[in-house]
Design a protein around this ligand. Sequence first.
Ligand code: FES
Length: 301
Amino acid sequence: MAVRRLHHQQPASFAFTPENLEWAQMVIARYPEGRQASAVIPLMWRAQEQEGWVSEPCIRVIAEMLEMPNIRVLEVATFYTMFQLAPVGRKAHIQVCGTTPCQLRGAEDLIEICKRRIHHDAFHVSADGDFSWEEVECLGACVNAPMVQVVKDTWEDLTPETFEALLDGFAKGNPPPPGPQNGRTFSMPEGGATSLTDIAAILRGTTHDARPAAGDEQAPTSAARPKETRPEQQVADSPGARAVEGKTPLKPADVAAAEPKLPDTTPAPALAAGTSDGKDPAGMDPAGNAPAGKSPAGANG
Ligand code: FES
């Protein structure tokens, strides 16, 4: 991108019209105290709509209104390419999209027309002062390529013929309505819709009525049924199995009652180092008393 500098010729002063000044003060009031600088872009855009471009006096006026250093406003003006830093055509500044989709669809032909009818070089005003042009990057209407923009409006689906007609319209002060110039609506298919043509179905929210007619309802296929019943389900008589068989679901209490009682395999408590009958291998009784005539192990030293 070329270096963006202020134009070498500048007007002596700038002032918003009373209407635009009132609008600017309304915009500034939207921001909290101390945050008025946030209004710099809308104010500068409004100034460009009024004058066609952003001049150095304009930058100073806006900086003063927003209590900003001049350099901060200048930074914004030179950063964003939507701000014109030099005088443009009185009737139209044509921005031709030259990015790939538009280029493949004929943007170069449109640029050749700009060079022939306006000026050989971009950013130069035509001899009568009415037009200027520039090549810009994608403007977001690629599906309707090629296209041009003038201020906020776009003209799309252009051909050399319709673009020449557009320039003629601006020259007479009566340009054609913005949008596609080949008759299509927005970005619909050229020649009309090829799908979703059943308006009644669209309004119903579906392109075909998939619901079965009354009386045509079919039972769920066997694919929805479990392939086999696990052993534990056979015991517990699971809700899923009962549902498949058309039986009433069991209550949790019934399920618990139906569960088989398994034998208690918990080992019986035994005394430490003792036997299951409670007798010590050394012959001591459950109270730990040695049989008559015997001493506890180790008691003899
Ligand atoms: S490429 Fe031209 S509008 Fe996107």
